[in-house]
Design a protein around this ligand. Structure first.
Ligand SMILES: *[C@@H]1O[C@H](CO)[C@@H](O)[C@H](O)[C@H]1NC(C)=O
Length: 163
């Protein structure tokens, strides 16, 4: 019976260890400081982010210092679950340029975005970035568009009545 305890212990140890690895690699791949203006070319090279067979085709950075807000999103989620954030995050989306060279000379186009993120949480921690939905700025929220449409409609009606 002691054998079983030891074996269980070893299995647990490995799974916890791999868990730590996942969180660590998530942070390394996806987390940058709140207000940092990053250059994809530089950050991806400095962090040595690459695929086994070459440059990473795409990588999205989330501006969330130390991953505080994201860890909050994963709190109390034990089983592997994809969640969508209620709030929007500042993001820097990096896409590999055509004809790019091999690591460490990967060249990226980049775009600043704001969006809700889809991430996989496991045992209270983020482990995988899935995708994001671009959020529209406040000035183009549906209600404002509706008001603009009403104003245009009124102008149009006035025009029709006068002519
Ligand atoms: C990234 O590197 C490529 C290739 O050197 C270059 O064309 C591009 O302008 C760089 N992007 C930025 C934002 O510096």
């Amino acid at each position: 019976n002691l054998d079983i305890v030891i074996i269980l212990g070893i299995i647990l140890c490995f799974s916890v260890l791999s868990q730590c690895q996942n969180v660590k690699s998530f942070m390394e791949k996806h987390i940058v400081q709140d207000n940092a203006e990053i250059i994809c070319n530089d950050t991806i090279r400095n962090r040595n982010l690459r695929n086994r067979d070459g440059c990473r085709p795409r990588n999205t950075f989330i501006h969330d210092t130390n991953g505080h807000r994201i860890k909050g999103l994963c709190a109390n989620i034990i089983e592997s679950t994809v969640i969508i954030s209620d709030m929007s995050f500042k993001l820097t989306d990096c896409k590999m340029q055509k004809g790019t060279q091999r690591p460490p000379n990967c060249a990226y186009k980049q775009k600043g975005e704001t969006g809700k993120i889809h991430i996989t949480c496991e045992r209270n921690n983020p482990v995988h970035f899935v995708t994001f939905d671009v959020s529209f700025g406040v000035s183009w929220s549906p209600s404002i568009l509706f008001v603009v449409a009403l104003i245009l409609l009124r102008e149009l009606l006035t025009l029709v009545i006068l002519t």
